[in-house]
Design a protein around this ligand. Sequence first.
Ligand code: PMP
Length: 395
Amino acid sequence: MALQYAKRMDNIKASEIRELLKLTQRPEVISFAGGLPAPELFPIEELKRIAKEVLEENGAKALQYGPTEGYQPLREEIAKRMEKVHVSTSPENILVTSGSQQGLDFAARIFINPGDIIICESPSYLGAINAFKAYEPKFIEVDTDDKGMVMEDLEEVLKNNDNVKFIYVIPDFQNPSGKTWSIERRKKLVELANKYNVAILEDNPYGELRFEGEISPAVKHYDTEGRVIFLGTFSKIFCPGLRLGWVAAEPEVLSKFIMVKQGADLQSSTISQMEVASFLQQYNIEEHIEKIKDVYRKRRDLMMKTIEEEFPEGVKYTYPEGGLFTWVVLPEHINSRELAVKALEKNVAFVPGGSFFPNGGNENTFRLNYSNMDEKRIVEGIKRLGAVIKEAMEA
Ligand code: PMP
């Protein structure tokens, strides 16, 4: 039997990361592959208490349909929290989504006709690339250096293409590169978007997970014309299993997201929203985020130190100032997909970098996650990986 699928399905492949994660479920595998938070940091006891309280005190409401925009007390808490990334906004400008992943899908649904152009960083987040692909855009990748996207290159693309719909950026501790944009680049991005009349989609799951120095103002902070759409999430500062994120945007844009959400799933889970709102009201999430940062900072330090000691000369990598990932660039002739197979034979996993480039190439790169493995496993895994790389480079 061959069913008649839509043409758009030609562009949609199984996520390489999801496939890889299945293999890395075996307990003996040291996995740097996923983007999973450390589960030992989830506030399970607090959430047990809150779940009981929500059901006992407000059960009928918690189990009922709610407004598409989201549970109002949660929208209020989110609007307040946006101050952390220097964005002044109000609850009316917030739509609660099922993770920021849903915001990515909605953005593409709202903006993309087949053949329209999306500009993204090179490399960019695989989950976004896959979400966008369903709407059949053309991707133009713009190079990044250690200060973010190269603005001269961006302007060149904007000048030469008139159907660019949005510029998709992850300005803080980017997934996968671990890079962070400078303030100047953030300002310049808004300036160029204004000049060429395109939207900016700012995806910011990691901004608050800065291990040293001050949290950077979001690109949205510099928005002068209401063209920055900000996607936030509780996944990395709290728990991804609740599947709660948000869109912060000006009313005209937000109304489009709300209409699309109505068609997609009516609303995000009422009970999850009420639980998160209660947590934010009763506990200090800043303290919780500090705990996460302390653990990840140590893991980052250890991973970077071990990489320095164990990876051979000629291998380049990013030093991430926060977030969950570092990014490795091998000499050009080394293929990281082949390397991944060899590493898995030694029970070490990572994600080959090629799939983070929507237009392909760059097979000599890979991403490493440091948030999910304990310190002993990080050292052991990087040692094994170093040996596999050395072997490949000597071959
Ligand atoms: N954007 C980026 C850059 C991410 O890394 C992730 C998760 N890995 C997401 C969006 C989606 O996160 P969620 O849907 O859990 O909020």
